[in-house]
Design a protein around this ligand. Structure first.
Ligand code: ADP
Length: 548
């Protein structure tokens, strides 16, 4: 007997519908962008929607056909936003490339994705001129600027001007509806090991992610917000904010390439930004600038911090000194990227402040749409007791089930269902708060016991003389591995190895205290702003730990 089917409209979830909604219902709400040139550009959702239609027309005129990839090498800005919608909305696939990757990796990624068009900001002209010959599939190179800013000559033959392309169109074109499972965009993982791998999102997954990300227990976006995504649009679609902001009709502020503490602070203040999002390293810069100049934040009240563990000391500083609520979030490229965010439940409101802090410092609870479990070495699910730690697996509507162009499935079966293994090790408590102990490859394995590098870093970073700290495994003849702490001191601050080690006493079990401390000028970071521990491990592979 067949089931009774629902009799509801089958309206496909289209990315273009987000922008159309904003143009109709928040038509005069602004999108403000700091341009590469340093000036501010302002227009509205109504303008953006019209120009995105023109971009779709222009891409079709260049010969793009459904499924073709349109790549970008660009900062957060209105033209990038238009390409997001113009490409995906016309059944093309928007491929955002991270310009901070090694040049060879950029060319490799463009070839792997078989990009047809590459749109790029003026900042990247020298880079693209160098790479163009190696990008064998790209037929059109588009410089995202106007005629006045086009170079007189370029090594790229037939370099196109973005504004010329847009101005040649009339916008007399309607957003098509098609299968919501069609690919909308591609992001590559940074690939700290091996080649980067492409995650291909769909219209459906992106719209559902945008809905979920905007919920009050997630980013809590509303039409009353002014949102400044510091997280780049080339880093997992700026965590979905270019989709969630139009969904709720919030004003958007794009910082362009101006990501230093001073520029960001000025933009927060001048545009009345209420909500932001970025990786911890970005906030280091903002906090240092505000402290040095004795500045405050008059409108910014919330920020999402994620991408790597947010040090509790940073959360305290932002909350206590600047009145900014930090929402700690965890996610990954393969999850579009949001998985969990840390928000308190009603029953937690009465807890003492310290207990609240301990919960908020965790990576948080999963949003509806993402299910998670932790499994032990035997592959069986572990209890949610906040103590048992195991491999974190997820499944959900915006989790990949394969990588672009690869046949092997990354998924694992647990209890008869397919799960995506995140490569993270975590605990989950009875209330569903997940806490990342480590990335499985960063865990320090000392005599069969695991030491969390994140715990060590969080303690070190709470020391007032520490700017940044990384805990890495150092080979040890007896214990296999022991922790080595690599520290960058705050400018002008003194700190000795002994003082640093003494700071751990009483804050963590004795056997987990690092064996040694080394001071360096700068910790290397990945293209997405995470500490590059692989490089540090190589650098300190032969480090001789003290024997007692
Ligand atoms: P990559 O940097 O390799 O491209 P992603 O940007 O997708 O990959 O990073 C995903 C990983 O970043 C997660 O698997 C996790 O290890 C780490 N991560 C993200 N957010 C957090 C967080 N809040 N706390 C700790 N680790 C995090």
């Amino acid at each position: 007997m067949s089931s009774l089917m629902g009799q509801m409209m089958r309206m496909p979830l289209m990315i273009s519908s987000l922008l159309l909604h904003a143009a109709r219902h928040a038509g005069d709400t602004e999108i403000v962008s700091k341009r590469v040139e340093g000036d501010l550009h302002r227009y509205t959702y109504r303008d953006a929607e019209l120009r995105a239609r023109k971009v779709a027309q222009a891409l079709a005129r260049l010969g793009c056909r459904p499924g073709d990839r349109v790549a970008t090498l660009a900062w957060n800005g209105y033209r990038h936003f238009e390409i997001y919608y113009g490409a995906s909305g016309s059944q093309l696939v928007c491929h955002t490339i991270n310009p901070r990757l090694f040049p060879e990796q950029i060319a490799w990624i463009a070839n792997d994705a078989t990009d047809q068009v590459l749109c790029f900001d003026a900042t990247f002209l020298p880079l693209v001129e160098k790479l163009a010959p190696a990008m064998s599939t790209v037929k059109h190179f588009v410089l995202m600027t106007d005629r006045a800013h086009m170079p007189e000559s370029s090594k790229i033959a037939n370099l196109l001007c973005y504004e010329d392309l847009v101005e040649a169109e009339n916008g007399d074109w309607a957003w098509p509806e098609f299968d919501e499972n069609t690919a909308s965009s591609i992001c590559y993982t940074s690939g700290t090991t091996g080649h980067p791998k492409g995650a291909v999102y769909s219209h459906r997954s992106s719209v559902l992610h945008a809905y979920a990300a905007a919920l009050p227990d997630a980013m809590g976006c509303s039409s009353a917000d002014v949102i400044l995504p510091v997280v780049p649009m080339f880093h997992v679609n700026a965590w979905g904010l270019p989709y969630s902001a139009p969904l709720v009709g919030a004003k958007l502020v794009f910082p362009g390439p101006h990501l230093d503490g001073k520029s960001l602070h000025e933009l927060f203040e001048s545009e009345g930004v209420t909500f932001s999002a970025g990786v911890p390293t970005v906030w280091l810069g903002v906090i240092n600038h505000m402290k040095a100049k004795e500045l405050k934040l008059s409108t910014l009240r919330r920020t999402v911090i994620g991408g790597s563990a947010c040090p509790p000391a940073m959360m305290r500083t932002l909350e206590d000194e600047f009145d900014v609520q930090v929402i700690h979030a965890w996610g990954m490229t393969e999850l579009s990227p949001l998985g969990t965010l840390s928000k308190l439940k009603a029953k937690h409101q009465a807890l003492p402040l310290e207990a609240k802090h301990r919960l908020l410092e965790k990576q948080g609870r999963s949003i509806y749409g993402i299910d998670m479990c932790i499994v032990g070495n035997d592959g069986r699910p572990l209890p949610w007791d906040g103590r048992a730690s195991g491999d974190l697996l997820v499944r959900g509507c915006w989790v990949i089930d394969g990588y672009f162009g690869r046949d092997d499935s990354p998924l694992r079966e647990v209890d008869g269902r397919q799960w995506f293994p995140t490569g993270d090790v975590a605990t989950i408590d009875a209330d569903g708060f997940m806490q990342i102990t480590d990335r499985s490859k960063d865990v320090i394995k000392s005599g069969g016991e695991w030491i969390s590098s994140i715990d060590l870093e969080n303690i070190a970073m709470a020391h007032p003389a520490v700017m940044e700290a990384a805990a890495i495994a150092c080979p040890h003849p007896k214990w296999d591995e022991r922790p080595l702490l690599v520290v960058v001191r705050r400018p002008g601050k003194e700190l000795s190895r002994e003082e640093m080690l003494a700071y751990f006493e009483g804050r963590i079990a004795k056997w987990q205290i690092p064996d040694d401390v080394v001071f360096i000028d700068e910790i290397p970071h990945t293209a997405t702003g995470k500490m590059l521990k692989l490089k540090l491990r190589e650098q300190f592979r032969d480090h001789k730990l003290p024997t007692v």
